[in-house]
Design a protein. Structure first.
Length: 246
């Protein structure tokens, strides 16, 4: 058992929250019970995930995509009211960590994806949110490994036989960050989504591009974080995947 304020302080320090200027508040977004024994991890705080967390009698729900995004309406109406009311009625704490959970060197989405893809020497590229590393495989093998890891068929742009050595990636919806991969002449860039102009940009810069799923590439950080917390504070832990093909 741990109290919610102590857990929030621990997470904020562990994830270095103060270092980030983000599109949403990171940390305890909705306050619930002070005594936490059961935590649940999920990617996005939608109603399906909240309903399952209620069924599982969670004390805290940890997500990568929480509430209160910049540019969204501040008023608490409609589905936002439904989600928040369900959490408050059931005394469930909502913890959300966005960029700090992408970037963390141990439990972050990017390092966790790199470990699963067996990328050598994974490291962040300077001040960007993009990571780089080495691999030695044709594009088709990289794509197949991603398919196996995520359980989702990726969209592949490039010659299947293209040898991939310098590989770059950024979990989530980071298609515009292909520019950072082009700057260092990477052989391949992996992210979660793709936009209309990307296939041509990739082809003309001779870089392979893989769109592996926003949800699919961002499942691993929140799981690693909660496994760490469960061990550290002797908590019950469960991951709930609300399937999302995007
Ligand atoms: Zn995301």
């Amino acid at each position: 058992m741990i109290d919610n304020k102590t857990l929030a302080t621990y997470c904020n320090e562990y994830l270095n929250v103060a270092k980030f200027s983000d599109y949403c508040p990171n940390g305890l977004q909705i306050e619930g019970t002070s005594e936490i024994t059961k935590i649940i991890a999920g990617v996005s705080a939608n109603q399906d995930l909240i309903d399952q967390a209620i069924d599982e009698k969670a004390d805290a729900l940890f997500v990568h995509h929480g509430f209160f995004w910049k540019n969204e309406k501040a008023s608490i109406t409609g589905i936002k009211k439904n989600r928040i009311k369900a959490l408050l009625d059931n005394n469930i704490n909502l913890f959300a960590y966005h960029l700090p959970l992408d970037a963390h060197p141990v439990v972050g989405n990017n390092i966790q994806l790199a470990l699963r893809l067996k990328i050598q020497n994974p490291q962040p590229m300077g001040d960007t949110l993009v990571w780089k590393g080495q691999i030695d495989a044709p594009l088709s093998d990289v794509a197949q490994t991603l398919h196996n890891v995520t359980g989702r068929e990726p969209l592949i742009f490039g010659d299947a036989d293209k040898p991939i050595r310098t590989i770059t990636w950024c979990t989530g919806g980071a298609q515009s960050y292909i520019e950072h991969a082009i700057e260092i002449d990477a052989d391949c860039f992996i992210t979660g989504e793709v936009s209309e102009q990307i296939p041509a940009i990739a082809k003309e810069n001779n870089i392979a591009y893989i769109s592996a799923g926003h949800h699919a590439t961002e499942r691993y950080g929140v799981q690693a974080l909660c496994q760490h917390l469960a061990q550290q504070f002797d908590l019950d832990y469960q991951y709930i995947d609300i399937d999302n093909i995007v």
